[in-house]
Design a binder for this molecule. Structure first.
Ligand code: WT7
Length: 632
């Protein structure tokens, strides 16, 4: 496979080239794709606006680079292997040709419903091949997809529909998750009561759960594709035309619609996929993420399919019907690359080694981790018992905004160090800065992680809020992209990510804004004020700890705590449910009225020996009360 680096010296050489001549470097990789018209300039950029354009005036369609480019040579190769929630149900394999035909057919169905280039389409679906088909069909016609994780509430879904003024929703009747079938369509129905831009809804039949179909608005997927052609002339897209919007949490209450464009995203996801995982053409690759997150976009769908890979998609959960399910799937499909999250590893580690015993792991060549810092204990367990001590473990650091992996070992090529993301990929220029934004060079330094030069798959804007994009990422340190993470370069020169330095917490690899959770808590009629912080959690990495001032009239503390947790679950989704809620009579505040989260974080983490000076607070007395209330 071209552009695959295979030696450490090759890496060092490519890295240096990519820094000295970034345009030549990325231009060369881009040349291996099919462009209807070649770009006239590789890169135009300025980080002040910000305004970044890759492959200026290049024309292409990303799905032609997945399908037409591969059909002659690998039309019969499996593109997607789908493993259902219930292991007794049949696996589905779609070859590149079959996936192409289904994508074209569905693209025709969407066009028949009036979807045209530039329209926004919401995808709210379970992990079934049709979710990937839906994304690809959008890309085929130039519609902008916005996948919303099917665990989000109707309110969260409605907010996203309203924000991007979506015209269509693609969904299913229900979603099989472990022993349960969750309703999906009814959540969409609720969301559509709170929004009015949606003209049609296409519903995939998956669980057979009864649903209400609104005449003239709701249509069954299988009926819509019936009799439609399985070829489709792909829309011509500019390299900088929007490919998708993906909402993610930030440090303010409202999620941000991160915008990714076509050409750069294509080149970058492909290149990083091939190099980080060292994919070879007959490998079976499996990423356990959900397509609702960026990992699912870049490393289940786009990156692997652009590389002509076989990508495994799993509908279910790691512990159903037994805690060896992941290992069973690795054995069943002879998985070669396995990519998952530290939280899944820690959860499975808790079941001991017995669930691994019945299965063979010898197909595995590479194992990977993503989403949060992987602690050393989980790293070693994963490396020793899943990788059997002989698979490189790639700890991949990146973000929704970066679109592709930024810092990671290239499996077996560059060094692997426990709990270290290690080195940047060629073409990526991360730096560590001090509080003033000065670059800290050399080893043994710690500070905030920034990127000083553009890369092709970076976000271009926040949908409808360009100023917010500038403020959030490009204003803290002028001239730099600020990641929101702290990082350290150790004595060997390897990067270690230390976690968020802003009001964002990382729960089971999912990003939650503390303000977003507070807003949801404050919706409860008995809550007067609240403050949310993260604290170390054995399985989730970080847990959500909420402090709330409440009017207790007519409620017991226990009732109220349950109601608050349910309120958050209903407003955002079960993933945002606080792990702990503490009712307090006041929150520690500065004289200017700002909540002292530092103190709340320390109490939540049970680290009260060093609270610092609290005498300057407006209400120092509440600190003792809060400590007592926390049972410390
Ligand atoms: C945040 C981005 C990237 C896809 C999944 C999460 C944290 C991500 C790592 C890692 C340490 C990591 C960072 C980052 N993070 N990967 N390998 N080591 N931290 O995407 O929801 O956009 O979250 O996840 O804090 O900023 P996301």
């Amino acid at each position: 496979m071209s552009h695959k680096i295979q030696t450490l010296s090759g890496y060092l050489h490519e890295y240096q080239k990519s820094v000295l001549q970034p345009e030549e470097f990325w231009g060369k990789i881009a040349e291996s794709f099919h462009w209807r018209k070649k770009w006239d300039k590789v890169l135009d950029w300025n980080f002040d606006e910000p305004d970044v354009k890759w492959f200026r005036n290049g024309k292409l369609n990303i799905t032609e680079n997945i399908f037409e480019r591969h059909l002659y040579t690998m039309g019969d190769k499996p593109a997607i292997i789908w493993e259902p929630n219930d292991p007794n149900e049949e696996t589905v394999t779609l070859t590149y040709r079959e996936l192409y035909e289904k994508t074209c057919q569905f693209a025709n169905a969407m066009e028949a419903k009036g979807i045209v280039k530039g329209d926004r389409v919401i995808i709210y679906m379970p992990m079934v091949p049709e979710a990937a088909i839906a994304m690809l069909a959008c890309a085929r016609i130039g519609a902008v997809h916005s996948v919303v994780f099917a665990g989000f509430s109707s309110t969260s879904l409605a907010d996203r529909i309203v924000d991007c003024e979506a015209k269509m929703v693609l969904t299913s009747d229900g979603n099989f998750r472990g022993a349960k079938a969750i309703e999906v369509k009814s959540v969409v129905d609720e969301a559509l009561e709170k929004s009015n831009s949606i003209e049609s809804v296409i519903v995939l039949k998956r669980t057979g759960t009864p649903v209400t179909m609104k005449e003239g608005r709701d249509f069954w997927w299988h009926e819509e594709v019936e009799g439609l052609s399985s070829t489709h002339q792909a829309a011509e897209m500019d390299a900088e035309d929007m490919l998708f919007i993906l909402y993610t949490s930030g440090s303010t209450g409202k999620p941000k619609g991160v915008v990714h464009t076509t050409g750069g995203y294509m080149v970058n996801t492909y290149y990083s996929f091939v190099n980080v995982f060292q994919y070879s053409i007959d490998d079976v690759y499996w990423c356990t993420a959900d397509v609702g997150w960026i990992t699912g976009h870049s490393y289940i769908v786009y990156g692997p399919l652009l590389a002509g890979a076989t990508t495994l998609m799993f509908e279910g959960v790691p512990t159903f019907p037994h805690p060896g399910r992941f290992w069973e799937i690795i054995d069943k499909h002879k998985v070669n690359q396995f990519y998952t999250a530290p939280t899944a590893i820690r959860a499975l580690q808790a079941f001991g080694l017995e669930p691994l015993e019945p299965y063979r792991f010898d197909s595995l060549k590479v194992i990977g981790s993503v989403g949060e810092p992987i602690n050393e204990e989980a790293w070693h367990w994963y490396h020793d018992h899943v990788g059997k001590g002989n698979c490189p473990l790639v700890d991949t650091w990146w973000q929704t905004e970066t679109g592709a992996i930024m810092i990671s070992a290239l499996a077996g090529v560059t060094p692997n160090k426990p709990a270290h993301a290690s080195l940047p990929l060629p073409g990526i220029q991360p730096i560590i800065v001090d509080a003033e934004g000065n670059e800290l060079t050399g080893n043994n330094v710690e500070g905030n992680l920034c990127v000083k030069f553009p890369w092709p798959s970076m976000l271009r804007t926040i949908y409808g809020e360009h100023e917010r994009c500038k403020q959030t990422y490009f204003s803290t340190y002028p001239g730099l992209y600020f990641t929101g993470d702290g990082a350290k370069r150790d004595h060997d020169g390897y990067l270690r990510i230390l976690g968020r330095v802003d009001d964002v917490i990382n729960v089971s690899g999912h990003r939650m804004g503390t303000a977003e959770v507070e807003n949801a808590i404050n919706e409860h009629p008995k809550v007067i004020e609240s403050a949310v912080v993260g604290y170390p959690h054995d399985i989730k990495g970080q847990g959500i700890y909420a402090y709330a001032i409440c009017n207790m009239e007519g409620r017991t503390e226990e009732n109220l705590i349950n109601e608050i947790r349910e309120t958050v679950s209903k407003i955002i989704g079960p993933i945002a449910k606080p792990d702990k809620v503490q009712i307090v009579s006041g929150l520690p505040k500065t004289r200017s009225g700002k909540i002292m989260r530092r103190i709340l974080r320390k109490v939540a983490s049970k680290e009260i020996s060093n609270l610092g000076d609290t005498s300057t607070l407006l209400n120092p007395e509440v600190v003792d009360e809060i400590i007592k209330g926390a049972g410390l």
